[in-house]
Write a protein that binds this ligand. Structure first.
Ligand code: CTP
Length: 200
């Protein structure tokens, strides 16, 4: 039973990471908590949920299938495949936006002086997603100031149905905390400001 019974929901969570060499990576501070909470909430409403997660320590929420990925390209492949036939995609992951142009096959030795890395952009998963018919797409915008304008831009550029804005510098919001303070914007121009709440 439940309001979302019969609905297939894909939730992405956590960071991705990109290798410099076999033992070193570029990544970010995403904890995967927001995606975890979304997956739990969708499952509690009766949806059939798949959580696609980058590397985090969190065990999967009960009743939620989990697919693990490492890089942004892995996440892109998983999202493209899993959203076929899905009713909603909650894109709460924080994919790495850049990767080293060349990853060394063996551990880079320590050199003298400074090291310059050449980075190339990773794919923008939402912007390049082949939109399955009938799939509602919810993106997240993590900002550090002037968030509303940037979130509206992301809503448009990534052709989202909704964008969830949060400010990483606001106390109790953003990465590595159990609460969040978000503003939800819809493509139809609606804006809902929620108070500080547990992510769940
Ligand atoms: N996202 C994505 N592919 C990427 C990076 C981000 O699909 N390579 C998604 C995120 O999962 C999120 C939304 O796009 O739902 C916005 O992510 P955010 O990091 O706020 O924005 P970016 O597009 O990365 O832009 P910027 O870093 O310049 O703010």
């Amino acid at each position: 039973g439940g309001k979302w019974a019969g609905k297939r929901v894909i939730v992405t969570a956590g960071p991705t990471r990109e290798h410099l060499d076999p033992v070193r990576v570029l990544t970010n501070l995403s904890s995967g908590r927001m995606g975890y909470a979304l997956a739990e909430a969708a499952h509690a409403r009766g949806a059939d949920v798949v959580r696609v997660t980058g590397p985090t320590e969190r065990p999967p929420p009960d009743g939620v299938a989990t697919q693990r990925v490492e890089t942004t390209a892995d996440l892109q492949r998983a999202v493209q495949t899993l959203t076929k036939g899905a009713h909603a995609l909650f894109m709460a992951a924080a994919p790495a936006d850049y990767r080293p142009k060349t990853a060394a096959k063996t551990k880079r030795p320590r050199g003298e002086g400074s090291l310059t890395l050449e980075l190339e952009p990773t794919p923008d998963i939402l912007a390049s997603l082949q939109r399955p018919k009938g799939c509602v797409v919810i993106g997240f915008a993590l900002e550090t100031g002037d968030g509303l304008a940037r979130a509206r831009q992301k809503l448009q550029d990534k052709a989202l149905d909704f964008v969830v804005l949060n400010d990483a510098l606001e106390p109790g919001a953003g990465f590595e905390v159990t609460t969040n303070r978000v503003t939800v914007l819809s493509k139809g121009g609606r804006q809902v400001d929620l108070p500080l709440l547990p992510k769940r």
